[in-house]
Design a protein around this ligand. Structure first.
Ligand code: PLP
Length: 142
């Protein structure tokens, strides 16, 4: 998903419908990587998720196989599952959908909710010092 290019729900809904019509099952929605000209193209994670959620409403079951906005980051592919509140505090709910360590796969986790966050390294755990996928890295680099 790129700002100025396709950061609109109706563009995604149209793309997925077209893909389904052509026999292509859409299954990933990636947000722009944390590299290069990202300043111009980056979309805040909460907004990317909102675009995803609105686009999903416009498509049928096969189109709804698309995972939420995902980041191809160091621990693996991390999907934004949505947002919610815990004890009155807004949070992101995320999930590692494919990981360098297979045991991290499909473990949902929470993160604080900075509206400006556009990449995994802008997120922080709610109470723990590290995300579970960071503790291992830390231990091995010490
Ligand atoms: C992983 C990945 C793909 C391909 O994923 P498969 O699970 O092998 O289909 C394509 N683009 C990006 C950015 C990825 O991270």
């Amino acid at each position: 998903m790129l700002k100025h290019i396709n950061d609109k729900a109706k563009i995604w809904a149209k793309l997925w419908q077209k893909q389904i019509a052509l026999g292509i099952v859409p299954y990933y929605m990636f947000v722009e990587r944390d590299t290069g000209a990202k300043k111009y193209f980056e979309v805040p994670l909460y907004k990317a998720w909102s675009i995803y959620q609105q686009a999903l409403q416009k498509v049928g079951g096969l189109g709804r196989t698309v995972r939420g906005p995902s980041m191809s980051a160091n621990p693996g592919k991390v999907e934004v599952l949505g947002t919610n509140q815990i004890n009155g505090e807004k949070v992101f709910i995320l999930c590692v959908i494919q990981a360098s360590n297979p045991d991290w796969t499909y473990r949902p986790f929470f993160a604080k909710y900075p509206e400006t966050a556009t990449w995994l390294n802008h997120l922080q755990p709610l109470e723990e010092e590290h995300f579970f996928f960071e503790e291992v890295k830390e231990a091995s680099s010490n």
